[in-house]
Write a protein that binds this ligand. Structure first.
Ligand SMILES: NC(=O)c1ccc[n+]([C@@H]2O[C@H](COP(=O)([O-])OP(=O)(O)OC[C@H]3O[C@@H](n4cnc5c(N)ncnc54)[C@H](OP(=O)(O)O)[C@@H]3O)[C@@H](O)[C@H]2O)c1
Length: 260
């Protein structure tokens, strides 16, 4: 398949559970892919780029660092001549603690990665997408942006902010032929939910049982990737400011009592 031939996609957090799935799918569908990674994950990103071969490049991209963004955009344009897709996928979750016990540094870091990172990304890619004649940006939010979540206030608040950022950017960039949308996943099986945010803590999977919901399973990265590919394809040319919730019915509330 070649839905994304002549497109270049920059994916932040490109070695994470969701990010790697996105990278592989874009590449398989013909896009050039730039795999953004933290310094710590760079060896994994480089191995993935090597495995994919042509049209793949790993770059160090700490999304909270403006200079990393400038270098990543330049690398994307060098790789394939133009940058047309940005997936603001990188994210961190706070350790599960009540607000009272939450270190303000955790609050700041959660916002720096999950919100400021996306803001810096939109800011950095806008001139490159204009040069390319247009583009598509997808911000990854969360169903936690649709309510409150005990013990996850920094993450929930940051994901609420992603919604405001997405809708504002969609309004500002429409005339530049740049569409901006968001995907809000429910609980998807990756290390974000299966491993604690800090050693000795409890993973979010400990607090979640999918059985009462309309689709009684965890999400898989491929569920999110399929929606992402649609939103960034030409088939979605009328979609901007869209917020796609992919949660198996979590936000609807329980369909049945637990275990039924
Ligand atoms: N899994 C879910 O249930 C779920 C639900 C709703 C929303 N989401 C969102 O989906 C996105 C991907 O999550 P995931 O489940 O794939 O989690 P993951 O497996 O933990 O991956 C997160 C990725 O973000 C990267 N990252 C962390 N800090 C970064 C920084 N400062 N700069 C650049 N990259 C950074 C990580 O890199 P390192 O590994 O090198 O640290 C990793 O590649 C996140 O925005 C998350 O909030 C996930």
């Amino acid at each position: 398949m070649s839905r994304f031939t002549d497109q270049t996609a920059l994916i932040t957090g490109g070695t994470g559970g969701l990010g790697e799935s996105h990278v592989r799918a874009y590449h398989a569908e013909g896009a050039a892919v730039v795999i953004g990674s933290t310094a710590g994950g760079l060896a994994r990103a480089e191995a993935l780029a090597t495995e994919l071969g042509d049209r793949a490049l790993a770059v160090r991209l700490d999304v909270a660092r403006e200079d990393d963004w400038a270098a990543a955009v330049a690398a994307a344009e060098q790789l394939a001549g133009r940058l047309t897709i940005l997936v603001n996928n990188a994210g961190v979750q706070n350790p599960a603690t009540p607000i009272e016990a939450t270190d303000p540094a955790v609050w700041d870091r959660t916002f720096a990665v999950n919100v400021t990172g996306q803001f810096l990304g939109i800011r950095a890619v806008t001139p490159a997408m204009r040069r390319a004649g247009g583009g598509v940006i997808v911000n990854i939010g969360s169903t936690m942006a649709y309510g409150g979540t005990a013990l996850y206030a920094p993450y929930a608040a940051a994901k609420w902010a992603v919604r405001g950022l997405t809708l504002s950017a969609a309004l500002e960039l429409g005339r530049d032929n740049i569409r901006v949308n968001a995907i809000h996943p429910g609980v998807v099986s990756t290390k974000l939910i299966n491993e604690p945010a800090t050693p000795g803590g409890r993973p979010i999977a400990d607090f979640y049982d999918p059985r009462p919901y309309a689709v009684p399973r965890l999400g898989e990265p491929a569920d999110v990737t399929a929606a992402l590919l649609y939103l960034t394809s030409g088939e979605a040319s009328f979609a901007t400011g869209a917020e796609l919730v992919l949660d198996g019915g979590l936000l609807l509330g329980p369909a049945l009592p637990s275990g039924v």
